[in-house]
Design a protein around this ligand. Sequence first.
Ligand code: CDP
Ligand code: MG
Length: 757
Amino acid sequence: MPWGSRGNHQPNANGNDNGKFSNANRNRKNYSSPWKQKIAQQRKSLPIASVEKRLIEEVRKNDILIIVGETGSGKTTQIPQFLFDAEFCRDGKVIGITQPRRVAAVTVAKRVADECGVELGQKVGYSVRFDDSTSNSTRIKYMTDGLLLREALLDPYLSKYSVIIVDEAHERTVHTDVLLGLLKRVQVARSNSIGDGRNLNNGNKSSPLKLIIMSASLDARTFSEYFGDAKAVHIQGRQFPVDLFYTRFPETDYLDAALITIFQVHLGEAPGDILVFLTGQEEIEAVERLINERLTKLPEGSQKLLPVPIFAALPSEQQMRAFAPAPSGFRKVILATNIAETSITIPGIKYVIDPGLVKARSYDPGKGMESLIVLPTSKSQALQRSGRAGREGPGKCFRLYPENEFEKLEDSTMPEIKRCNLANVILQLKALGVDDILGFDFIEKPSRTAIVKSLEQLFLLGALTDECQLSDPVGWQMARLPLDPIYSKALILASEYNCLEEMLITVAMLSVESIFYTPRDKYEEVRTATKCFASPEGDHITLINVYRAATDLLEKRTMDTNKAKSEKVLRKWCKENFINSRSLRHARDIHRQIRGHVQQMGLKLASCGDDMLQFRRCLVASFFLNAAVKQPDGTYRYPTQLRNSWAGPSGLLAIYSLCSKVIHTLQIKISFCYLFLIAFTFTSKKKNTLFASSHNRALASGEVVQIHPSSVLFRKKPECIIFNELIQTSNKFVRNLTRVDNLWLTELAPQFYAMQN
Ligand code: CDP
Ligand code: MG
């Protein structure tokens, strides 16, 4: 459909909206005609353009529709516009599109606003955690799946939406999985409410909810079966052949291999941009620096190469650089995390370099520990990655591993719900009124152990009552904060310990990828350079020192100069101090937002000033689940010998989960005190039962960890620490730690630890 006719469509839609769009029209951008024509041409050439009518018919006919289509066919950018044009936004309703990743939500919303010729935040907007760009006139709203879950807390029927599109469903993030279950319930509830004439949203006439599940992988069966044999349509993609190359031997240093390959392609292959898949921000920034270093050594007159990073924490203006064409005379090399696999389509890519690795969450429910690990991709991820090279013409993909390794890869990635801590999800489901977590209609059920362990964690954090209900006010407050339960609890406790200001900084700094830029093997150099911030107590206070120093610097600058200049000064200061200015900026942003949340909640915003003893005690009260004590050989283990006879409550929770289903079905009100009695008798008498064995496993879980070399306590090796991150590379390392007194564990977390004697 040509651009002109789409433009004519809009007043029509506005008319039906009682003029709600006049604002959007005022904000219409004035694009030049050639630009509009180019965009119209691009849109028309997308595979999805030819099936617009058919798709709309299918959506009208089916309340649930599954759409499968090759990456780049136009699903994410076009379908919401088709629906808008087909008047799915009547009565001020909104089309919501969820994405697993914030980068995708932000970049796609910008692109669609451009395609519609409107200002972002008007007709088209996005909303992600810590960043909202929507208004009352927003009708096409891109957001993260997690954000829509949070919206459901305030509006359980999601009544402002006429259509919800769950995009990238094949990624099977934990939020997507939970959202699918929730949307199924909401859809039924909305249909029922129409039947019985209820209005769902303050007088807004209720209407059925249309659900569209979109996926880039060919297997629509799982989704179709889950939604009662829902209709699935396939959009024919266009894929050019991609030549695959493998290394002869496994690579010991894949970053170095990636770097060599980048320059081989750059110097030896025909024009076309390069896309390199890396595992995270640190790696991307390291490769970016190495490319820039090597470029200075290329002979005069060589074609120029422009490295462009793209990852979630990058400020959005910089993310957009990946989509802009390379300046003339340059070849672009995009350094991306797995967001570029299917979530975003970057035009111009002809070469893909794939080390075959991905950073993923991993959870050991037995030990209750979650960690980030670098893993081999699945076959389907490898195929998606190579596919990126063949979107606009024939391409090449360089896999940095031998061909026989490919055969050993798993077919597809394990859904995240099977490998993450469920505490956050359970907290949200409880807040949404889902009491029976085991009975919730998950597309794939997480293991019972994982559920019980996460319930146990929430119980220990004080979020759940003995009856497994959200506690008031702590549990409800924790559910309201857009943070991991352990961090939410830390903020709530910090207001009691009079150190909320310090905890806000800590949580913000821990929410971003490392603040210090530490080139590999340069830990000592960085340590010397950052001595002025280092606290003998550990990394948490060190991070606070960095944050305060940056704030002081900016405050001084605002007295005498403008914002852009002070940003420049901050960047220079960061560089001198081996601080990652992008991460710091992101942390400042997060800090501002969560400070707003806790203020709204009425928590007491006090600072403990320099009384860090108070703050460290608060860290123990908050993060007691992550404590470790030094062993004679200098490694660390969980302080299991201090652990209370935990079988009782653990057994209770196990029994609770087993029984809750029965209780719910039979609607019998059984006293939980009685249950406690059964559990207690059971666990104290039969030590070799299921419950006792979970206790033994906890005791036996003496995981051996080491202090990560980047920690300020790496050399000091204190007797007892609490930490925030467990990473697994060659060894298991803990990062972000603080020295504490082991007696504080029993004093401040008696629910978990008891004196040995
Ligand atoms: O969702 P799907 O992978 O099917 O495709 P899409 O994200 O809707 O992308 C359709 C087209 O829009 C692609 O050819 C992209 O190159 C283009 N696009 C863009 O130029 N800039 C963006 N920020 C997003 C998409
Ligand atoms: Mg898409």
